[in-house]
Design a protein around this ligand. Structure first.
Ligand SMILES: O=c1ccn([C@@H]2O[C@H](COP(=O)(O)OP(=O)(O)O[C@H]3O[C@@H](CO)[C@H](O)[C@H]3O)[C@@H](O)[C@H]2O)c(=O)[nH]1
Ligand SMILES: [Mn+2]
Length: 361
């Protein structure tokens, strides 16, 4: 029948996906997401003062963890979870028991597509995660698995099966995720450009992963999604998601897992203070000129076949090669090990080998 879509509806995955929200404020923003989120279980990671009561709108199914809970559950290993920084969200990844995670900031709202339709960001992330990635050969018509697109002429048929997708990185309308210097120079700049595309990030290419609107397959890559030590007592902030993205991408490339970026968009409503951000970021702005070459040249041994073993190996290389940049990286390397130990303690199902993107049973 004309006009009837032959495309299967996107599975809800409502019992296989947790939504992780780091927060220091009441979660009124959930009202706007209610049509899309109400069927899902939320994991709220309350940062800052644990005695503050976070109000969650009625009708949502959630568990909430504050700093007292984190300390109680992890004991001394809680030292690897940041305090007074959105990096605390990774505790939610660790305590979840679901296959998929979607994490979103509490100042991110439902965006509209050019037709004026509300964007179900979660549905698009699920589509991205359930369809393969193509990191080995670039498809010029973007996502070949999308309705109305395909592989173009010259695309090797031997590569058209693609590989499993581990991470789906969404974008933001209105306030873009700019660094502090850019925010200072362009305080009024707003992102109004809706680009209707999903791209696989090619193998061997790093990217700046933003934690604001992000989903991933926890079973494939969860142990690598450590949002590095930031915030209280740390010399740097706002590089938690960047650190996770660089470690994750090196491991995904090694294990044959894919990473996508593009749709879905959310509406990012609040620009954090650029001066506060500059104070948090400034060391990272020059450190990253040494960090990026480190990750670009990082190689993992063939016998690293699990995410955990890859991550531990990476932490050793961080300690050996980045300790000279600053003692902070010696502490971060240790925190990476603590994170994996804590992960395995809370997720005793054991390490699983990943061979060419396929998790061993
Ligand atoms: O100490 C804190 C501060 C904030 N949060 C929660 O984290 C997110 C993000 O907070 P906010 O929107 O105020 O900050 P942004 O600068 O826009 O954050 C984005 O930039 C990067 C920071 O690393 C990251 O990609 C985004 O988070 C909100 O949910 C706050 O409630 C916190 O937990 N602790
Ligand atoms: Mn924000």
């Amino acid at each position: 029948m004309a006009g009837v879509s032959k495309v299967a509806p996107t599975p809800l995955l409502k019992d296989e996906l947790d939504i992780v929200i780091p927060t220091i404020r009441n979660l009124d923003f959930l009202e706007m997401w209610r049509p899309f989120f109400e069927q899902y279980h939320l994991i709220i990671v309350q940062d800052g003062d644990p005695s503050k009561v976070i109000k969650v709108p009625e009708g949502f199914d959630y568990e909430l963890y504050n700093r007292n809970d984190i300390n109680r559950i992890l004991g001394p290993k809680a030292s690897c979870i940041s305090f007074k920084d959105s990096a605390c969200r990774c505790f939610g990844y660790m305590v979840s028991k679901k296959k998929y995670i979607f994490t979103i900031d509490d100042d991110c709202f439902v965006a509209k597509d050019p037709s004026g339709k509300d964007i179900n960001a979660l549905e698009q992330h699920i589509k991205n995660l359930l369809t393969p990635s193509t990191p080995f050969f670039f498809n010029t018509l973007y996502d070949p698995y999308r309705e109305g697109a395909d592989f173009v002429r010259g695309y090797p048929f031997s590569l058209r099966e693609g590989i499993p997708t581990a991470v789906s990185h969404g974008l933001w309308l209105n306030i873009p995720d700019y660094d502090a210097p850019t925010q200072l120079v362009k305080p009024l700049e707003r992102n109004t450009r809706f680009v209707d595309a999903v791209l696989t990030i090619p193998k061997g290419t790093l990217f700046p992963m933003c934690g604001m609107n992000l989903a991933f397959n926890r079973e494939l890559i969860g142990p690598a999604m450590y949002f590095g030590l930031m915030g209280d007592g740390q010399p740097i902030g706002r590089y938690d998601d960047m650190w996770a993205g660089w470690c994750m991408k090196v491991i995904c490339d090694h294990l044959g897992l894919g990473v996508k970026t593009g749709l879905p968009y959310i509406w990012h409503s609040k620009a954090s203070n650029p001066f506060v951000n500059l104070k948090k970021e400034y060391k990272g702005i020059y450190w990253q000129e040494e960090l990026i070459p480190f990750f670009q040249s990082a190689t993992l041994p063939k016998d690293c076949t699990t995410v955990q073993s890859c991550y531990i190996e990476l932490s050793k290389q961080v300690k050996a090669k980045l300790g000279k940049v600053d003692d902070y990286f010696l502490k971060l390397a240790d925190a990476m090990v603590t994170w994996v130990e804590a992960w395995d303690e809370l997720n005793p199902s054991g390490e699983k080998s990943v061979e060419n993107g396929v998790v061993a049973k």
